[in-house]
Design a protein around this ligand. Structure first.
Ligand SMILES: NC(=O)c1ccc[n+]([C@@H]2O[C@H](COP(=O)([O-])OP(=O)(O)OC[C@H]3O[C@@H](n4cnc5c(N)ncnc54)[C@H](O)[C@@H]3O)[C@@H](O)[C@H]2O)c1
Length: 433
């Protein structure tokens, strides 16, 4: 099939590459000319495991190309996937401006039947707004579908190639059949293609993210109670997770969720409720808990240093909002850096992939180390913000030698407090004695 991917960011680039991998002819359209130039040369502007091999092969074999021109993309494609940003407006609701403007630009150039598919996370009713926008500029036949994306950064390629489900919000059989055929190679192991109306598809994505965010914040609140009472949240978690109705995923407490999806999608869901007179109190609470969770370790850090961080140096391991990505949008590490600097601390930070992105924000206010161990050199404590695998089993003797005082603040509960204490460290986790 001839496909245009409109917006070649984290979602668009992965979707386009995976569709090209299964033999489709894909053109990626982006307004960012510098990004298009890099992609056309074979350079990938983001870090996503497994993307590079598939991307290079399809580019080389001519199934994948890039442009800044709507003329070129519309001439090429029969299906358009809108993978555009839907950032929060001031009140938290999703800004669909980019999605609607792309639909308009496509409609102005359309001839024959075309299918526009929203992969962006968009509020209920956006499918109808896209339809109305296209109708203003095009009098022929067309279809609009909602196909929310569930990939996770860090495992995006695997998620896309082997989804646990494909949700298709469609108004007509033609759109359903086309999209089912396109996704068929990805669901051969039996994952369902779930057909529904566009409004339900749009809400499915928000409901899924709202639920996952709630699970995290629920456990973080339980962790707070553990800290007050002397219970150990890791034991509570394991005890809970053996109940099949609960399961073990997403029960890990930490310094909160970040990323481009959970924070913005929970706020947008709350606003969608408000717009029709409903208070989405559960997901609203999840978001409120998360906002304070990012700095939950801070009072303990301060107390450890007798109330003052002035002149102290903190080694910060992990900057990305989660492992295996360079994405730092709403990353808890950013909130920590700001707070530490405000309190007079110096920071020596290391992340395997996200340093360049954080450098753009903080410049020389932060020392960016060459390695995890370099970050520790002369620091007063280690603060772990992102659980990259390479941070999981460090050489603790070496860590101890490099730190001025052997102190670990574990923002993701990946270390064993008892073991570290035996080695002479002061250890602080989340919701653990
Ligand atoms: N990142 C994720 O993990 C993820 C997962 C599922 C769903 N989503 C949703 O997918 C959508 C895209 O997210 P993302 O993380 O890929 O965003 P992104 O910011 O990484 O990429 C968006 C791209 O769109 C381009 N763009 C902006 N306006 C444009 C226009 N008018 N025409 C053409 N290109 C334009 C930007 O230059 C950028 O390259 C959002 O709605 C997001 O909520 C994201």
């Amino acid at each position: 099939m001839r496909i245009a991917i409109v917006g070649t960011g984290y979602v668009g680039l992965v979707a386009g590459t995976c569709f090209a991998e299964t033999g489709n002819d894909v053109i990626g359209l982006d307004v960012d000319a510098a990004k298009v130039a890099r992609l056309s040369k074979g350079e990938i502007p983001i870090f996503e495991p497994g993307l590079s091999d598939l991307f290079s092969r399809s580019l080389r074999e001519g199934r994948l190309s890039f442009t800044t021109s709507y003329d070129e993309a519309v001439k090429h494609a029969e299906i358009f996937f809108l993978c555009l940003p839907t950032p929060p407006l001031e009140d938290g609701s999703a800004d669909t401006r980019h999605v609607l403007s792309a639909a308009r630009e496509i409609a102005k150039r359309m001839s024959g039947h075309k299918l526009l598919v929203s992969k962006s996370t968009v509020p209920i009713g956006t499918n109808k707004e896209i339809t109305d926008e296209v109708k203003k500029h095009y009098k022929g036949e067309f279809s609009v579908a909602a196909n929310p994306e569930f990939l996770k950064e860090g495992t995006a390629i695997e998620d896309f190639l082997k989804p646990d489900r494909v949700v298709l919000g469609v108004n007509d059989n033609r759109a359903f059949e086309t999209l089912s055929a396109l996704y068929e190679p990805f669901v051969r192991t039996g994952a369902p293609i779930i057909r529904m109306d566009p409004a339900s598809a749009e809400l499915t994505k928000y409901a899924a993210n709202g639920f996952l965010a709630t699970k995290i914040s629920f456990m973080n609140e339980i962790a707070r109670l553990c800290e007050k009472t002397g219970a150990d949240v890791d034991l509570v978690r394991i005890g809970m997770s053996k109940d099949a109705r609960i399961g073990s995923a997403f029960l890990f407490p930490g310094i909160g969720y970040g990323g481009s999806c959970f924070p913005k999608d929970t706020r947008a869901l709350v606003q969608s409720g408000r717009k029709c007179g409903l208070e989405m109190s559960i997901v609203n609470a999840a978001e409120k808990v998360n906002e304070t969770q990012k700095l939950i370790l801070f009072p303990r850090i301060k107390a450890h240093f007798n109330g003052s961080l002035s002149g102290k140096t903190i080694a910060l391991w992990g900057l990305a909002f989660k492992p295996r990505t360079d994405d730092i949008r709403e990353a808890p590490a950013l909130a920590l850096i700001e707070k530490l600097i405000e309190e007079g601390a110096k920071i020596r930070a290391f992340d395997p992939e996200a340093v360049a992105n954080v450098k753009r924000i903080f410049g020389d206010k932060v020392y960016f180390a060459q390695s995890a161990y370099d970050a520790l050199d002369g620091a007063d404590a280690l603060l772990l913000a992102t659980e990259w695998n390479e941070f999981r089993t460090p050489d603790w003797e070496r860590v101890k030698k490099l730190l001025r005082t052997p102190t670990v603040f574990d923002g993701r509960n990946i270390y064993q407090g008892a073991t570290l204490r035996k080695l002479g460290f002061s250890y602080y986790g989340i919701g653990k004695p």
